[in-house]
Design a protein around this ligand. Structure first.
Ligand code: GLC
Length: 431
């Protein structure tokens, strides 16, 4: 093992390789999160063990009932691909401590108990078959391990627990070929990176997988931020919003009961618009049912989103220009994303009046067309606004009712903050 770098040296070294390691991730925009574990059998939140205070030996018995069908990961991966997602992240071991792979470090696993299969292996193969990048979610907290709590105050227990966490992730990163993302979660009970030995552990793990991308939940900043249950751009760093499908639970909950809370295609597209606007990613979760199947409430919306992306993907994928200063275009009836000279106007409500106006851009507009169609829009341009006329009155998107207009400017578009427009006096606007 090479020398362990100091924190500043380590951070400089990962910053230096970040553009290379994250090039694909920054263009991918959309991934699938999958929460599967023994909690799936209970079907009432992945924290059930803690919330309901299950004794460990009693909870362990759930393993016998945990029987996801062979090939279930193929079903998830096919859906992810059809949805236009580019990567997947699966819970290899959640807080309950049950590993879904053939682990030597943790005999409490899906090869020794329950399905007697290596679900991680099935997951990896399914991702590869569908051309999806691969991420491993790995909890730091462990409610099953005898040192998982004592590590907080007993240094011998902490040492054993740190070694255990390293051993688990070492297995995951050596047994399955190239892995793209290590997605840590919940660094409890230790409150700093020293307590987790994250500086050393992460360096050793990166030595196994030099292209690895690591999230920010091991009490080190690492590669990207993880806003949870809200889609909010993070300043000056890469970010990925992780979202449940229903605002209630990451693990499976009876589909019929959660359906009223679940996202439809339009809500998912709105989340994607914020990601494309702010240059982040969306990691949208499914919690497969006990038999491993995808909950029906996720299938239709995701399939619709995939069809939409097949037509309009240009405004979502690839290198976007991050925008922070477009008041009114982040969350109103139009959203925008920008790539170079092109502004994509996402129309949540189609202007049925036959005309509409866009304010704020002062750059000369060259052309305006409905993305994925031959419809070019007529316009005239004043200093502070662009007026479109003879706009087809019927909504221009048949897939999800969200048409995108590509506005191609002569140069990189300049946007003036509202209300930087008439009737303000010209000179004052720029002063
Ligand atoms: C939270 C929860 C966990 C879930 C995770 C996903 O940290 O503790 O149950 O897996 O969010 O981001």
């Amino acid at each position: 093992m090479a020398v362990i770098l100091s924190k500043p040296e380590y951070e400089a070294s990962i910053a230096a390789s970040r553009d290379r390691r994250m090039a694909w991730w920054r263009e991918a925009r959309f991934g699938m999160f999958v929460h599967l574990g023994l909690y799936t059998v209970l079907g009432r939140h992945e924290w059930a063990m803690a919330i309901e205070n299950w004794p460990v030996q009693e909870y362990e018995k759930l393993a016998d009932q945990f029987q996801p069908k062979p090939g279930a990961p193929k079903e998830w991966a096919k859906l992810a691909k059809a949805a236009g997602m580019k990567y997947m992240v699966m819970t290899t071991r959640h807080h309950e401590g049950f590993s879904l792979w053939d682990s030597k470090a943790n005999p409490y696993n899906s090869v020794n108990y329950g399905p007697k299969r290596d679900i991680v292996k099935e997951f990896v193969e399914a991702c590869r078959e569908n051309g999806l990048r691969i991420g491993f979610y790995s909890s730091l907290m462990d409610w099953h391990h005898p040192d998982g709590g004592a590590a907080a105050y007993d240094s011998a227990a902490r040492k054993r627990f740190n070694d255990y966490i390293y051993a688990l992730n070492e297995e995951l990163l050596t047994q399955y070929g190239k892995i793209d993302i290590l997605w840590y979660d919940v660094p409890e009970p230790m409150q700093n990176w020293e307590g987790w030995n994250s500086l050393e552990i992460n360096q050793r793990l990166r030595a196994i997988q030099p292209d690895l991308i690591i999230d920010n939940r091991s009490r080190l900043d690492e590669d990207f931020g993880t806003p949870e249950e809200h889609v909010t751009a993070e300043k000056d760093r890469d970010w990925e919003a992780c979202m449940t499908f229903n605002g209630l639970s990451w693990g499976y909950v009876d589909a019929a009961q959660v359906s009223p809370y679940s996202y439809n295609a339009q809500r998912i597209l709105r989340m994607l618009a914020i990601c494309a606007h702010g240059g982040g990613n969306l990691l949208l979760n499914i919690g497969p049912a006990p038999d491993g199947s995808v909950p029906p409430e996720a299938v239709e919306p995701l399939t619709t989103v995939g069809k939409w992306l097949a037509q309009y993907g240009e405004c979502v994928y690839g290198k976007v220009d991050r925008i922070s200063d477009t008041w009114g275009y982040g969350s109103g009836i139009c959203s925008i994303s920008i790539k170079g000279n092109t502004v994509y106007l996402w129309n949540w409500i189609w202007p049925k009046s036959g005309d509409f106006t866009v304010g704020g851009f002062t750059t000369r507009l060259k052309s305006a067309k409905v993305l994925g169609s031959n419809v070019n829009l007529k316009f005239t341009q004043e200093k502070y606004r662009i007026l479109f006329s003879d706009v087809p009155r019927e909504p221009q998107d048949k897939i999800a009712g969200v048409a995108v207009i590509a506005l191609e400017f002569e140069e990189k578009p300049v946007f003036l903050r509202f209300p930087a427009r008439p009737p303000l006096i010209d000179g004052k606007i720029y002063s």
